[in-house]
Design a protein around this ligand. Sequence first.
Ligand code: OGA
Ligand code: MN
Length: 314
Amino acid sequence: MSLAKQSSGNSFTITPVSDALGAEVFGLDVSSPFDSETLGIIREAFQQHHMLCFREQALEDEQLVAFSTQFGPLEVFPEKGHTKDKIEVYHVANVSLDGEHLASEDPKVVYQRNNGRWHTDSSYRYEPSLASILYGIEVLPDDAKGGETGFSNMLTAYAALPDDMKAKLEPLHQVHSYADIRRLEPSIPPMSVEERDAFPPVTHPVLRVHPDRDYQRSLYFTSNTSLEIGGMTLEEGKALHRWLVDYVSRPEFCYFHRWRKNDLVMWDNRVLLHRAIEYDFAHYRRVLRRTTIGGDKTIMGPFWPEARTAATGR
Ligand code: OGA
Ligand code: MN
């Protein structure tokens, strides 16, 4: 059901796009800062729907950054050469910063292909990202195959797990490493020593506990960098990882966003995985701009004292 909202002269609607997750916001211009009432409504809708798409926005990079910082400080991308004037604005495209359509084997395009694996942004940081924001500049024509951004809801995916799988996952941690993208995609050039040392591998619990949601649990893992699970052999870890990737792809957890030019899509990296759906890189141009809202905490696992108390009452 669509929800009509009125705040300080703004009148807009918030309409869920699927049973799994997501809502569309119509009639709200986000190019200038929100008043506090509107910001409150948007934050609440974001917490409830996990993904919001604001249609028909006209944004320069400055406005994209200004919109984004209303939700928190922005991350700066770990490698040079992926951003233009503003170092917080990451260029997600198979087209160069100067507008040239890149060859499919160009490392920048290989990065796009790697985005095709289910992941959550910045999980390679000790304090991973809260949310990512993508703005559609050049998108695929309606009749083209692929190019959607898929999302999967890790809260409902966790809740639907069989009990023995919940128990198996409870103590586990996964390794997350930015530099490790190269193990999946060996053609991506190495990082500089300084860049690499700024992002050492980290581990995070595979079950994430959400203090802002009554200590509800979700799955938290990534498949676009490292696949190692602590306490398992590499083969066991990879097998479990494959099982998880298959599991979160079930249609009941997923929504696939078909891009229109000037869409602004914002998603919650704490509770969703996402992936880019493959398309014909050589034939179509696709240009999105991304900002990333930083997280302010590392990830709470099931064995944190606070999480245990919430689970057991002790
Ligand atoms: C990203 C990403 C998805 C897409 O930029 O982090 O995963 O559809 N993008 O391009
Ligand atoms: Mn991503």
